[in-house]
Design a binder for this molecule. Sequence first.
Ligand code: PLP
Length: 376
Amino acid sequence: MNINEFKLERFFSKYEFSAPYLLCSSDPESFLIKELLSFEEGALDRYLNQRLGYTETMGSLALREQITSLYKTIKPEDVFVHTGAEEGIFILMNILFSPGDHIIVQFPAYQSLYEVANSVGCKIIRWVINKDKDWDLDTEFLRKSINKNTKAIIINSPHNPTSYVPSQSKFAEIIEIARKNNTLIIADEVYRFLEHNETDRIPAVCDAYEYGVSIGSMSKSFALPGLRTGWTGTKNKTILEKMAAFKDYTTICTNAPGEFLAILAFKNKEKIFRRNLEIIKKNLLLLDDFFSEKKDLFRWIKPKGGTTAFPEILGNVDIEGFSIDLVNKKGVFVLPSTVYDFGNKHFRVGYGRKNMPECLEKFNDYVKNINLKVSA
Ligand SMILES: Cc1ncc(COP(=O)(O)O)c(C=O)c1O
């Protein structure tokens, strides 16, 4: 298999565990194991007695039952558990796509959402979101681009990196276009339930569309990326069967302690979502103030969901150079748009971590000298 480097993950790995001020994380403040265990009496004892055997390839029934609570029409047999969303994306694209298939993908995107298909030999059509329309998706482009070779439309909402969420009517229109063409929609919904205003939440695609495939994860909405637990939800049994057969060659099954803790987290999901959203909303107020005061330097589109935003730096600054200088001089890590293959002017900021205010202060210290950098 020949696959291009995952630019974002390679760049991240340089700084994630060395830079003191991570201002671009997409996972909210992680929970401690003991915090999760404290949610339920007797949980510690049960955890210590968890057998470290193999688990079921599809994921345990208990976990799949919990996962169905996120959906309206999905049953445990419509759910397949895997190691993070990432394994699901990898397997899905390998079992679904063949060389020459067309894939239309919302762009920019978390790279695996198109790169795995690219490695299979698909033709990737980038459905670029419009920064002049608050990152909105242009459905006319979709209508014109879709054809009989189009195997799937791939969307991600709330979106990494912009946190864009389509309106209910736009989402319905995307489904209507897909339905007319019998095209699959794969929706990466790992940030679902982190909409800042609940009324902005769109339905899960596996509920809303008969050829819809939803990908979920414990990593973002649940703030538990270390569990490495994700899932696929779809009513298409063939897809799930093929995924299970492929997984025999990747991880066979997910990890038993992870399943135990994931079930515990699901039982307490309202508490977890509330806590994550509290941090997010507090941080967003600060970011909003910061960027409102610095309109001469940055263009800011206030996000509607998720944990990241994608401001643009104005003037004669290349953002990759800026980001590297920033992390070297101040230890503040932001992610340049070059890792998304989306020009050299945007950068990702993350606002799900408790120390975001401190990171923002350090960022501000650096930015105060921005005029010097522009003319340098
Ligand atoms: C949109 C998107 N999909 C998938 C993933 C991978 O998630 P997981 O940690 O569940 O593998 C990420 C991680 O950043 C992401 O942002």
